[in-house]
Design a protein around this ligand. Structure first.
Ligand SMILES: NC(=O)c1ccc[n+]([C@@H]2O[C@H](COP(=O)([O-])OP(=O)(O)OC[C@H]3O[C@@H](n4cnc5c(N)ncnc54)[C@H](OP(=O)(O)O)[C@@H]3O)[C@@H](O)[C@H]2O)c1
Length: 273
């Protein structure tokens, strides 16, 4: 019998996680089955419990359940604790539920290994202060950037993140317009504006020719943010498909202790958008 894994969310039909994990399993000769589970909005904990009863070994958690998964976890990794959100659950007969968050590790690996941009010494503008932004702040600061600026529509949320993480590195926060007149080496869109086909209210002049413009969202066409970055002169554009695959690889490692190769599946997903 293969070991059971799944991704759980609502909606879930769009998820690429089953394709990614079954490819990892094929490549690393692991005997697993990985499905997608639609949980009712009010039934996350019951759905997780039923999966566990069936002998399930682990879950990836996606929108809108990452906070609930955090609350449900009995043990948390440091990075899940900092993120206050969980995207990976591990079940083990001898240990209580472990909650982890692999989003930040996925982003870092995509930027440093796939995009070949070292983060140390760089200035970074992180746009957004929701779950995705929170999850990547500590991993970004651990790579020792020169500065991390957090811009959010609701400024108080960015200020709270600045206060929470300021002991880990040089952080400033504000509204988008507060960064007018500055330019950055890496600009990351962790808002959900691209999901609504909108551009965050960015001032002009933030991009240099060498700036990496990174949108955590991925889509068939360039997002409004990436189009804007290109118009502003940035040459290096990336969307979140690499982060998606890399966070999955990190979850696979947490569950199976083996790190799969990611380049081929990233290329395959890029070519089949
Ligand atoms: N590639 C991956 O593996 C991966 C992983 C995780 C997340 N993501 C992506 O990351 C994005 C954010 O997800 P999340 O979970 O952080 O969402 P979230 O918790 O709902 O947070 C949404 C954030 O976007 C901001 N926002 C929403 N609409 C905006 C607009 N029109 N203009 C400016 N700011 C706007 C919100 O600002 P306010 O605080 O002012 O409301 C908030 O900061 C999504 O696109 C998601 O698909 C990708």
């Amino acid at each position: 019998m293969p070991d059971l894994y799944a991704v759980i969310g609502n909606p879930i039909h769009h998820s690429k996680s089953p394709i990614i994990h079954m490819e990892f399993a094929r490549q690393t000769h692991q005997d697993i089955q990985y499905n997608a589970i639609l949980a009712p909005l009010e039934g996350f904990a019951a759905t997780v419990s039923a999966f566990q009863q069936k002998g399930g070994k682990g879950l990836n958690v996606t929108l809108p359940f990452k906070q609930e998964a955090y609350t449900l976890s009995i043990r948390l990794t440091d990075r899940a604790n900092a993120a206050q959100a969980v995207n990976t659950l591990k079940f083990d007969q001898n240990h209580p539920i472990l909650g982890d968050n692999t989003d930040g590790a996925g982003l870092i690996r995509d930027i440093e290994v796939n995009q070949e941009i070292p983060i140390a010494g760089k200035s970074i503008l992180l746009m957004g202060a929701g779950g995705a932004a929170r999850g990547v702040i500590l991993p970004l600061l651990e790579r020792k950037p020169r500065l991390l600026a957090i811009a959010n529509r609701t400024q108080t949320k960015a200020q709270l993140l600045q206060a929470q993480f300021s002991s880990h590195g040089q952080i400033v926060s504000g509204h988008f317009q507060d960064f007018s007149g500055e330019s950055f080496d890496i600009i990351i869109n962790a808002t959900s504006a691209s999901l609504q086909d909108k551009l965050p209210p960015l001032p002009t002049g933030l991009f240099k020719e060498t700036t990496l413009a990174y949108d955590m969202m991925y889509s068939r066409n360039l997002t409004p943010f990436l189009i804007f970055a290109q118009q502003q002169g940035a040459h290096h554009l990336a969307d979140g498909i690499g982060m998606l695959v890399e966070q999955a690889a990190e979850s696979f490692y947490v569950w199976r202790g083996i790190r799969p190769e990611t380049r081929k599946i990233i290329e395959m997903l890029k070519n089949n958008r």
